[in-house]
Design a protein around this ligand. Structure first.
Ligand code: AMP
Length: 218
C-alpha cells in the first residue's frame, strides 16, 4: 500500500486543520498539528508549554528548535502516512524537515495550499468561539450557538481563544504573509504544490483534496 507524505499550507483560518483532520481520519494517516501539540503542552503547563505560551499569546512563532524533535518522532511513528498541519512555518523549518524526511525516507508527495482571501480569514477567526469544557467550536456568523454565549451541549459559557482576538489575528496573518507564504514558492519549485481556492463548504474542499490525492474513492 502506498505511503503518503502530505503537507497542508494555508493562513490561520484557511481550514487546513479541519481538512487535515478529515483526511487523516479517512485515510488513517497521522495528523501532526504543531498548534494542537503546543496547546496541549500549554494546558498541561509543561516546560515546553510555558516557553511556548509567551509567543503564542502574541501571535508570534515559537522558536524552531522547540518543535523539531516532536515533529520528527511523530513522522517516524506514522505507519500509513502523515499530514503535517502548521509545520513548517518558515524556510528554516522547511529545510530541517527536508533533512528529517530524507533520513527517515518518508518524502513529501504533496503540499496542498488552501487559499482564502484575508477579509474572510479575519471573519472566520475573530468570530470563532469555543466551549472550554467540551471543546465544541462555534462561529457567531456561520455556526452560532442556540443561546448567545452558551455551549449547546454543556451550557458552559463560551470563550474566545486568546489568539483569535483581533489584534493577535492581525499579527498571525502578518506572520503568515511574511514568513510562511514564501514556502508556497519553495514547494512549487519542487513540483509538489497543489493550489485550492478554499471558499466552498468543508465537504467541497474535502472532495477536491481527495481528487488530488486519490488515497481513497470519493
Ligand atoms: P495554529 O493553531 O497552527 O495557528 O498555531 C497556533 C500557534 O502555535 C501559532 O500562532 C504559533 O505561535 C504556534 N505554532 C504552531 N505551529 C508552529 C510552528 N511550526 N512554528 C512556530 N510556531 C508554531
Amino acid at each position: 500500500m502506498k505511503y503518503y507524505g502530505i503537507l497542508m499550507l494555508g493562513a490561520p483560518g484557511s481550514g487546513k486543520g479541519t481538512q487535515a483532520q478529515i483526511l487523516s481520519k479517512e485515510c488513517n494517516f497521522s495528523h501532526i498539528s504543531t498548534g494542537d501539540i503546543l496547546r496541549e503542552e500549554v494546558s498541561n503547563s509543561t516546560e515546553l508549554g510555558k516557553k511556548a505560551k509567551v509567543y503564542m499569546d502574541e501571535g508570534k512563532l515559537v522558536p524552531d528548535e522547540l518543535l523539531l524533535e516532536i515533529v520528527s518522532s511523530k513522522i517516524k511513528n506514522s505507519e500509513r502516512g502523515y499530514v503535517l498541519d502548521g509545520y513548517p512555518r518558515n524556510l528554516n523549518q522547511a529545510l530541517s524537515l527536508e533533512k528529517i524526511l530524507s533520513e527517515l525516507n518518508k518524502p513529501l508527495n504533496y503540499a496542498i495550499y488552501l487559499d482564502v482571501p484575508e477579509e474572510e480569514l479575519i471573519t472566520r477567526l475573530t468570530l470563532r468561539r469555543l466551549c472550554p469544557k467540551c471543546g465544541k467550536i462555534f462561529h457567531l456568523k456561520y455556526f452560532p450557538p442556540l443561546k448567545e454565549k452558551e455551549c449547546d451541549n454543556c451550557k458552559n459559557e463560551l470563550i474566545q481563544r486568546e489568539d483569535d482576538k483581533k489584534e493577535v489575528v492581525l499579527k498571525r496573518l502578518e506572520v503568515f504573509l511574511n514568513t510562511t507564504k514564501p514556502l508556497i514558492e519553495f514547494y512549487e519549485e519542487k513540483g509538489i504544490l497543489k493550489h485550492i481556492v478554499a471558499l466552498g463548504s468543508v465537504e467541497d474542499i474535502r472532495n477536491q483534496i481527495m481528487l488530488i490525492l486519490r488515497c481513497k474513492e470519493i
